[in-house]
Each structure stands twice: as structure tokens, then as C-alpha cells.
Design a protein around this ligand. Structure first.
Ligand code: 6PG
Length: 485
């Protein structure tokens, strides 16, 4: 280790994501990267396998600090949770006021708010940064969603810009907002990711079970869809997964994978936060619940003999192409709902936590590098550029047109799923949300009556101002709620 500090950025935690991020940083002009891992063996492997990266390997936290020019800046790339707190504790011991600690893991944004406040008391900047794109993104260009102070962005901005993916000539990174804003937006990204994945899975299931097409034939359909408005990383990789055959059995890999989906928790966080914020996130919630349901083998086995529809359902061969097109339209419409709801949650979170989040900027940085990257994000970028104060994304002219054109097909697909006994929770809940949002009258009026009957919770009227209560246990006259007791 040389005496004089040389590195302008450090990475702590050298599992695949951390190692790839360090290599990406080192490959960019102007960066010299220091690295540290709790177990030296991982550090040694990285510097041995990638001498071209010119990494400065630190054996302990003091060495790491000594290798950094000021303001010392380190990106933590360890499993979210207690491990992150442990690294923060160690870095605050060797860092000084003005230095910058970045948490690049998938931390819960409320943890980030807590950590930022605690670390700020030492004079050190703490930044929660969502980094999306998996191991490949970390190496070649992720989408990056940093929060943190304006002061930290002065130093961190250029460094993150040097490694971010580029879409339409612009880096997929922006200063999302203060304290936990970055991790909050990454959480929403993951919630939308869950919905996207569930919708694609439902489209596959309906086509496979409705038309009898093989996984490879459905892969061809997705490849075709990927040339149009549904172009996206998730559609692209789904076609790859469906093309894959299992070497051992020769069967389609998708048929030998156990149908119980895992989840590290970010989708659930999105739904919990949406509930607290009072924002309907139908497709995201159903995607989370679909994973939970799939992972209940005992209940599924116990329910396996419950009857389905009395009449068998299949799409006539001559109708297969039309059905596939209906599914494509239903997928597109449901995707619009999922993104519209996700952006609603961003707006509500920004209001609740006092963040100045620019929705158009978020759409821009999601155009590349992240898991939900898609042509679709250009449309969202355009929509917010045209009207930054859109009251609901799905009411933007472009999306409105897609919904108008696709809603009949959407209904046919949800009817087919219902009649065939094929579960399509994300498709159907998204359609229910669409119909709820556009309904002239909702049965919420009756719910208000029920609440007033048993709890005297009062109600408003459509024909006059004020708050009212009916004396249900008395003569059932209506009184102004000011008199209600
Ligand atoms: C990303 C991904 C990633 C995600 C993991 C686990 O943006 O690169 O969203 O951060 O957390 O792939 O996802 P699950 O929650 O599905 O386990």
C-alpha cells in the first residue's frame, strides 16, 4: 500500500455485485478504486483475476481510509440488514466529517432515513443508493438511484455517472432526493418489476394452457412482441428462459422448475408502504401474493381436488392468433396500470417524506440498466415531459389511447381466464382498478352506509355540503354530524 492516498472511490463487500461494481468503476477514466472485504480471500481473488483494474486492496478499514483522497467515498455492497450497520459502524470510525458512505444494497428506505440521520450527526454524509441491473448491470452499467445530501451529490454524482448505463444518450442516474428517497424509488422499481414479471407469467400461462403452444413457440411470440411496444429486458429474458431445455431430461426447463416463487422482500415493502400511503397498487400486490400462494404447498395439495369449471376450455386453433393478440393487449394495458400505480406511490412517498422527486427523471433513468428497462419508459418520460403534473399516468393521452384500444381484449382475456379456471390475478385486478377508477358511482357509498350503521362513522352526501349520520337505532332520521354523538 503506497503512503499517499490515490483512490477516489472504494467498494466494501466483494461478492459478485461488489466485485463487478469495483471493476466497472476501475474501467472508467478518472477513477482509481480501493477495495475491501471482510475475508481477505475474496479481495485476493478479485485483484488476482483482474490485475487490469489496478485495484488498491486494503487489508483493514484504516488502510482503506488511508488509500482514499478526500472527501473519502465508499460504496457498501453487502447484504441489506445487520451487515450494512456493521460496515457503517466501521467506516464511521475511520472516516471524517465531509466524507461519504454509500449503501448500494437493497435497504428498506426507512432504515436509510434512520442511518442517514445517525451518520449525519458525525458530520459524515450517508447516501442510500438503489443499484438496479443485477450482476451484469453492476459490471457494464446499472441504473442508479442515489438519495442523500446535495453535498454528497457534488462528489458522488460524477463517479456514479461514469458507471451508469446510458439510454437515449443520457446516463441512467439522477439525484433522486434527500435521505431515503433513493432506496424508496428503488423499492418502487422492484414492486413494478414484480408486477411486470407476474403479468408476463400470466400471459405465458394463458397462451400455453389456452392454445397448447409449446414453451419454444411462446418464446417466439415473446420475441415478436419484443419488437413492438412491449420491448423490454423482461420480455427478452423470458423468451430465453422459455427456449431453454433441461439437459438432464430434455424437457423444457420451465417444466422442471418447481412452481414456488421466492422473494427477497422488496416487492412486499412496496405494498406495505402503499397501504400506509393509501395508494392502490393492485398489480404489484397481486404479484407479491401470487408468489406467496405459490409457496404454500400444503394448502395447494389440500385444495387440489376442488372442482374447476364444468366445461373444458380451449382456444380453437383458428382463433389462436386472435387470442394471442388479445393477451398482448391485456398485458400492455395491465402494465400501464402497474406503472401508473407505481408512480402514484412515488408521488405519495415524496409528499409524505418531503422529497422533491422528479417523476420524469425517474422514468428517464429506468430506460436503461435496470431490470424494468423498456421502450415503454420512453413513453412515460414523454408523458411527464408533456405534463409534469399528470394526475394519473394512465390518463396521459398516449396511454389513454392504448387503454381505449385494448380494453375489450383485456376483458376477453380476463373472462377467458375466469371461465377456464386459470388464475390471472394481476390481469384481473388491474382491470378491476381500471374500471374502478373510471366508474361514475362506486359501491363505496354503501360501505359508508354500513360504517355509519354500526360505527356512527358518518358520511358525506352528493347533494349538499356537510357530514351526516343516520340515527339507525332510533327513528332513523338523519342529523348533521356536528350533532352526532
Ligand atoms: C435489480 C433487482 C434486484 C432484486 C433481486 C431479488 O433491480 O437488480 O430488482 O435488486 O432485488 O433480483 O429480487 P426478488 O425480490 O425477486 O428476490
Amino acid at each position: 500500500m503506497s503512503d499517499s492516498p490515490q483512490a477516489n472511490i472504494a467498494v466494501v463487500g466483494l461478492a459478485v455485485m461488489g466485485s463487478n461494481l469495483a471493476r466497472n468503476l476501475a474501467s472508467r477514466e478518472g477513477n482509481t478504486v480501493a477495495v475491501f472485504n471482510r475475508s481477505w480471500s475474496k479481495t485476493e481473488t478479485l485483484i488476482t483475476e483482474h490485475p487490469e483494474a489496478g485495484l488498491i486492496a486494503a487489508k483493514d478499514y484504516q488502510e482503506l481510509a488511508d488509500s482514499l483522497t478526500t472527501p473519502r467515498t465508499a460504496i457498501i455492497m453487502v447484504q441489506a440488514g445487520k451487515g450494512t450497520d456493521a460496515v457503517i459502524d466501521e467506516l464511521t470510525k475511520v472516516f471524517e466529517p465531509g466524507d461519504i458512505i454509500v449503501d448500494g444494497g437493497n435497504a428498506l428506505f426507512t432504515d436509510t432515513i434512520r442511518r442517514e440521520k445517525a451518520v449525519r450527526e458525525t458530520g459524515i454524509n450517508f447516501v442510500g443508493a438503489g443499484i438496479s441491473g443485477g450482476e451484469e448491470g453492476a459490471l457494464n452499467g446499472p441504473s442508479i438511484m442515489p438519495g442523500g445530501s446535495d453535498e454528497s451529490w457534488v462528489t458522488l454524482g460524477p463517479i456514479l455517472t461514469s458507471i451508469a448505463a446510458v439510454a437515449e444518450g443520457e446516463p441512467c442516474v439522477t439525484h433522486v432526493g434527500h435521505d431515503g428517497a433513493g432506496h424508496f424509488v428503488k423499492m418502487i422499481h422492484n414492486g413494478i418489476e414484480y408486477a411486470d414479471m407476474q403479468l408476463i407469467a400470466e400471459a405465458y400461462d394463458l397462451i400455453r394452457r389456452g392454445t397448447g403452444k409449446t414453451p419454444t413457440e411462446i418464446a417466439d411470440i415473446f420475441t415478436e412482441w419484443n419488437k413492438g411496444d412491449l420491448e423490454s429486458y423482461l420480455i427478452e429474458i423470458t423468451a430465453e428462459v422459455l427456449r431453454q431445455n433441461d439437459a438432464e431430461t430434455g424437457k423444457p426447463l420451465v417444466d422442471v422448475i418447481l412452481d414456488q416463487a421466492g422473494a427477497k422482500g422488496t416487492g412486499a415493502w412496496t405494498v406495505k408502504s402503499a397501504l400506509d400511503l393509501g395508494i392502490p397498487v393492485s398489480g404489484i400486490a397481486e404479484a407479491v401474493f401470487a408468489r406467496s400462494l405459490s409457496s404454500k404447498p400444503a394448502q395447494r395439495a389440500a385444495a387440489a381436488d376442488l372442482p374447476g369449471p364444468s366445461t373444458a376450455w380451449a382456444v380453437a386453433p383458428e382463433d389462436a392468433d386472435a387470442f394471442v393478440e388479445d393477451v398482448r393487449r391485456a398485458l400492455y394495458a395491465s402494465k400501464i396500470v402497474a406503472y401508473s400505480q407505481g408512480f402514484d406511490e412515488i408521488v405519495a412517498g415524496a409528499e409524505e417524506y418531503g422529497w422533491n422527486i422528479q417523476k420524469g427523471e425517474i422514468a428517464k433513468i429506468w430506460r436503461g440498466g435496470c431490470i424494468i428497462r423498456a421502450r415503454f419508459l420512453n413513453r412515460i418520460t414523454d408523458a411527464y415531459a408533456e405534463n409534469p403534473e399528470l394526475v394519473a399516468l394512465l390518463t396521459a393521452p398516449f396511454f389513454r389511447d392504448v387503454l381505449v384500444e385494448g380494453q375489450e381484449a383485456w376483458r376477453r382475456v380476463v373472462v377467458a381466464a375466469t371461465q377456464s379456471g386459470i388464475p390471472a390475478p394481476a390481469f384481473s385486478s388491474s382491470l378491476a382498478y381500471y374500471d374502478g377508477l373510471r366508474a361514475e358511482r362506486l359501491p363505496a357509498a354503501l360501505v359508508q352506509g354500513q360504517r355509519d350503521f354500526f360505527g356512527a362513522h358518518t358520511y358525506k352526501r352528493v347533494d349538499k355540503q356537510g357530514t351526516f349520520h343516520t340515527l339507525w337505532s332510533g327513528d332513523r332520521t338523519e342529523i348533521e354530524a356536528t350533532d352526532a354523538h
